[in-house]
Each structure stands twice: as structure tokens, then as C-alpha cells.
Design a protein around this ligand. Structure first.
Ligand code: ADE
Length: 225
């Protein structure tokens, strides 16, 4: 799966993709991430990427020309399944959307800044607008990192058995049950007996009950979907 990320701050995105699972996914050829600096497509002397907003008001707006010419260039090279704009007024990113996107081949992601991008970019190029939560970030880059990570880990082969996505929270509409590792006792705090029992039928049932209990307590909205 290929991601092309359009940003004015590519350095913000190198860290999240050069460690751990995302790094291995690229090394194994499951994931191909390309960062594009929008500023490289600015044609004026100052290499500016923003301008004052028409009608007045505080805050700059990302200009249409550099973004349009970068999108046109990428569109000429290959077909994109989605051109996504990261924005706080987009569709909320949830596991179902991650699952759907993980079935795609080529995805372009535009990271916004300042007051956002010129609306004509959204009208004429963007196919999906995504928010990672009901709060405002300084830019779309951190959102793009969250999106790519949550989608890429679902690509077959990216995770091994131990890190399998099938037992993740949300994947079955429930939060995950609590987990424990050695030692069995710490400061008098005990691991639940049943997990040490070796009775896998009972352990499975216990996990399911705890998952339901935790979901009822923390995210009852998931049970009503
Ligand atoms: N850009 C700024 N805030 C954002 C958010 N909450 N989600 C996605 N992109 C954003």
C-alpha cells in the first residue's frame, strides 16, 4: 500500500515512520510512504505557501497553486483510491474506517495548517476529509501519522501473530480485556488466578466477560452500535 503525504513540515513525519512496526512494514515491502514538501511547488520568489484570506479575518490560508500543482503531478503518475484532507471538521477516524482504508492501494493525504486550505482544493480534489478527534492540532501532520499507523497495521503481513490486529480493542466492537505478565505477585498485587490456571476455555470466557465489563463502563456507546 502506498501513501503520498503532502505537507509543509515533512520533518514532523519522518520519526513516526522510521521506527518499530511502521519501519519494518516498509522494509518488508508492505508499505511505501512518500513525503512531499508543498513548499517545493511554490513558484514565487519567497516560496510562500499561504496568503491572507479574502474578506478579511485573522489567520492565513494555504494557497491553491502549490497544492494543486503537486496533486496534479501525483495524479499524472498513478491513480489514487482516495485523496484525504486531514481537518478537525472531517469524518471522525474510527476502526471501521481504518479497516476500509486498509483495503485500498494508493492514498494521498494532504496536511492542513493555519486556517486551512483554500476551499477550492477541498471541492475539486479531496475525496475524503478525516479528523482524528474533537480538538484542534497545529497542523494535519500528527493526524496523518495516526491515520497511516492505524491503517498500515491492518495490511496483511505487517503484524505477526503476537501483534495480531484481530484481538485489538474495537476490532470486535469491544475494548480489550486487561493483560498481565510476570511476576505473578508484585507488592502483594496478584495476577487473577484464572490466568495462571492453564484452562484456556475458562480464560477465554474470563477475557470476554472483562472486555464486556470494561466496554460497558468506559464506552457504552460501542455496545449500542
Ligand atoms: N488538523 C488540525 N486538527 C486536526 C484534527 N483534529 N484531526 C485531523 N487533522 C487536524
Amino acid at each position: 500500500m502506498r501513501f503520498d503525504i503532502l505537507t509543509i513540515l515533512p520533518d514532523l513525519l519522518t520519526g513516526p515512520f522510521s521506527n518499530s512496526i511502521m519501519k519494518r512494514a516498509q522494509e518488508k515491502g508492505h508499505l511505501d510512504i512518500h513525503l512531499h514538501n508543498i513548499r517545493d511547488y511554490s513558484t514565487n520568489k519567497q516560496k510562500s505557501v499561504d496568503d491572507y484570506q479574502y474578506g478579511g479575518g485573522a489567520g492565513m490560508v494555504m494557497s491553491i497553486e502549490p497544492i494543486a500543482s503537486l496533486i496534479e503531478k501525483l495524479n499524472a503518475d498513478r491513480t489514487y483510491d482516495e485523496i484525504i484532507y486531514m481537518t478537525p471538521d472531517g469524518e471522525l477516524l474510527e476502526q471501521g474506517l481504518c479497516n476500509d482504508l486498509s483495503l485500498q492501494g494508493n492514498i494521498m493525504i494532504l496536511c492542513g495548517h493555519y486556517k486551512g486550505v483554500d476551499e477550492r482544493i477541498r471541492e475539486h480534489y479531496i475525496t475524503k476529509e478525516i479528523s482524528i478527534g474533537s480538538y484542534v492540532l497545529s497542523g494535519g501532520e500528527l493526524g496523518a501519522a495516526v491515520l497511516v499507523d492505524s491503517v498500515a497495521r491492518l495490511i496483511p503481513g505487517v503484524l505477526n501473530d503476537e501483534t495480531s490486529a484481530l484481538t485489538d480493542s474495537f476490532q470486535d466492537g469491544l475494548l480489550s480485556p486487561p493483560v498481565y505478565t510476570r511476576p505473578p505477585s508484585f507488592n502483594g498485587w496478584e495476577v487473577p488466578e484464572i490466568l495462571l490456571s492453564g484452562d484456556f476455555g475458562k480464560i477465554e470466557k474470563w477475557r470476554e466477560e472483562r472486555a464486556i465489563e470494561r466496554t460497558e463502563a468506559r464506552r457504552p456507546d460501542l455496545l449500542n452500535e
